[in-house]
Write a protein that binds this ligand. Structure first.
Ligand SMILES: *Cc1c(COP(=O)(O)O)cnc(C)c1O
Length: 409
C-alpha cells in the first residue's frame, strides 16, 4: 500500500469502457483481470441474473439440484464432448484444487500410490495452498515455500526449448520412481499467464499429452485464463489432437459477471469414485457450489457467445493484434513480441532481470492510466487482453498509447 497509487473508484462500466466517479472514461485493455469477454454490464447477462435472483438465488447442492446447474452442465459439456462430468466451484484456484484432488484420489481409490504432480516451472495455478504448490516457486510463493508440497517441475517448452522439456518428462517417467509414482501433469495450455504471458506451441503440448496418455498420467488443462475463446478457439486445448483428462474453467465463464468455476473430467475419472464404499466419494464442496445466479450468468454468457458472432470478433482482434505485433517487433526497446488469439504481449528491454518486480512496470502502468488505458504489465512484460467487443478504434487507441510509452524510454 505504501508504494501503490491511490485506487481509482469505478462507478460504472459499459462495453470495453470503465468510468470513474468523476466520469473519466478508461479503456479496459485487461478485461478486468482476464474475466470479461463480452463487455461490461452486458444487458442480456444482467437481465438473466436479475431474473434468476428473483426465482432462486441459492440452494444447497448436496441432495438437491436445479435447472440452471443442469442446463449449464449440458452446454459446457457439449463443447467438451470427451468429458462426461462437471464439478462446480467458485474461482480459478478452487477449480484447480478440485482437479488436483480428483487426480490424487483417482489413484487412491484404485489402490495405487501415485502422489507426484508434474507442472511447468513458470506456471501459475492460483493462490490457495494446493494451487501455490503446483505453481512456480517465486516471489508470489516465497513466504510459504517450506509449507508447499513437492512437485516435479519441468521447463516451460517455449520456442527452442521444446525438446528439452520432452526429455525432462521422459526422464521423470523413466527415473527411479518412474511413472508408477506420477499422479498427474497440470499445465496452462499454450500460454502461461501470470508467469509473463509465456507462449508455446500446440505441437509440443500434443507431444507431452501423448506421452502422459501412454503412461497413464492424468493430464489436467488449467484453462482458467485460456478458456472461452481467449486463444482464438473455444478452448486452448482445442488446438491439440490429444485431449486432457480434466479441464479447469473460471475467469471468462460468467462473462466476467460473477465468481464461478467448473472442473470437467472424463468418464473414467468419475467411474473411479463411483462405489458403494462411501470412503471413495469425492469429499469436496463449497457453500456456494453451483450457485444458481452464477449458473444463469454462465448460461447467458454462452448464449451471447453463440448469438453475437463472438468467434468473428475474436478473429478480427487476432488480425489487428498481429499487425500491431509486426509493427513493434523491431522497436529498439522491445525484446520479444508474442501473440496468440486475443492476447498480444511483449518484453521491454531492461537492465534488470525479466520478472514481476521489474521497476519499469510502475512507470508503464502510471503512463497508461494517465492516458486512460487500463493495462497492467507483468514486470517488464506488457500485454493487451481486451474484451472481445472492443472496437477497432479503441484498440488502435491502446496501441497508440503503447507507441507513445515506448518513445519515452
Ligand atoms: C487466474 C488464474 C487462476 C486462479 O484463478 P482465481 O480465480 O484468481 O483464483 C488459476 N489458473 C490460471 C491459469 C489463472 O490465470
Amino acid at each position: 500500500m505504501e508504494t501503490a497509487l491511490a485506487s481509482i473508484s469505478i462507478a460504472r462500466g459499459q462495453g470495453s469502457y470503465l468510468y470513474d466517479d468523476k466520469r473519466t472514461q478508461y479503456i479496459d485493455a485487461v478485461s478486468s483481470w482476464w474475466t470479461n469477454i463480452h463487455g461490461h454490464a452486458h444487458p442480456y447477462i444482467a437481465q438473466k441474473i436479475f431474473e434468476q435472483a428473483q426465482t432462486l438465488e441459492h440452494v444447497i447442492f448436496a441432495g438437491f439440484t436445479h435447472q440452471p446447474a443442469e442446463k449449464l452442465a449440458e452446454k459446457i459439456l457439449a463443447r467438451i464432448p470427451f468429458h462426461s462430468k462437471i464439478f462446480y466451484s467458485d474461482n480459478g484456484s478452487t477449480a484447480v484444487e478440485v482437479a488436483i484432488k480428483m487426480a490424487l484420489q483417482y489413484w487412491w481409490n484404485k489402490g495405487e500410490e501415485r502422489e507426484k504432480i508434474i507442472a511447468f516451472k513458470d506456471s501459475y495455478h492460483g493462490d490457495t495452498f494446493g494451487a501455490m504448490s503446483i505453481s512456480a516457486r517465486g516471489v508470489f510463493t516465497q513466504p510459504y515455500h517450506r509449507l508447499l508440497f513437492d512437485v516435479e517441475f519441468i521447463d516451460t517448452p517455449v520456442k527452442g526449448h521444446e525438446q528439452k522439456t520432452v526429455e525432462q518428462l521422459y526422464n521423470l517417467i523413466k527415473g527411479p520412481a518412474g511413472a508408477a509414482q506420477i499422479a498427474g501433469f497440470i499445465f496452462e495450455p499454450l500460454i502461461l499467464g501470470s508467469g509473463g504471458m509465456l507462449m508455446y506451441s500446440e505441437q509440443v503440448l500434443d507431444e507431452l499429452l501423448s506421452i502422459c496418455n501412454a503412461n497413464n498420467i492424468i493430464t489436467i488443462a488449467d484453462e482458467v485464463m485460456t478458456g472461452f475463446g481467449r486463444t482464438g478457439k473455444f478452448l486452448a486445448t482445442d488446438y491439440c489432437q490429444n485431449k486432457p483428462d480434466i479441464i479447469c474453467l473460471s475467469k471468462g465463464i460468467t462473462g466476467g459477471f460473477l465468481p464461478f468455476a467448473a472442473t470437467t473430467c472424463k468418464e473414467e475419472i468419475y467411474q473411479a469414485f463411483l462405489s458403494n464404499d462411501k470412503s471413495k466419494m469425492f469429499f469436496h464442496g463449497h457453500s456456494y457450489t453451483a450457485n444458481p445466479v452464477g449458473c444463469a450468468a454462465a448460461i447467458a454468457s454462452l448464449e451471447v457467445f453463440e448469438n453475437e458472432n463472438t468467434l468473428e470478433k475474436i478473429s478480427r482482434l487476432e488480425k489487428q493484434h498481429s499487425k500491431f505485433a509486426d509493427s513493434i517487433k523491431n522497436h529498439a526497446q522491445v525484446k520479444e513480441v508474442r501473440q496468440r488469439g486475443t492476447i498480444v504481449a511483449f518484453e521491454l528491454n531492461t537492465k534488470e532481470e525479466t520478472g514481476y518486480l521489474n521497476t519499469v512496470r510502475d512507470k508503464a502502468y502510471q503512463f497508461f492510466i494517465e492516458n486512460k488505458i487500463i493495462l497492467r504489465p507483468l514486470g517488464n512484460v506488457i500485454y493487451i487482453m481486451p474484451p472481445y467487443c472492443i472496437s477497432n478504434e479503441d484498440l488502435e487507441q491502446v496501441y497508440g498509447v503503447i507507441y507513445s510509452f515506448l518513445d519515452t524510454l
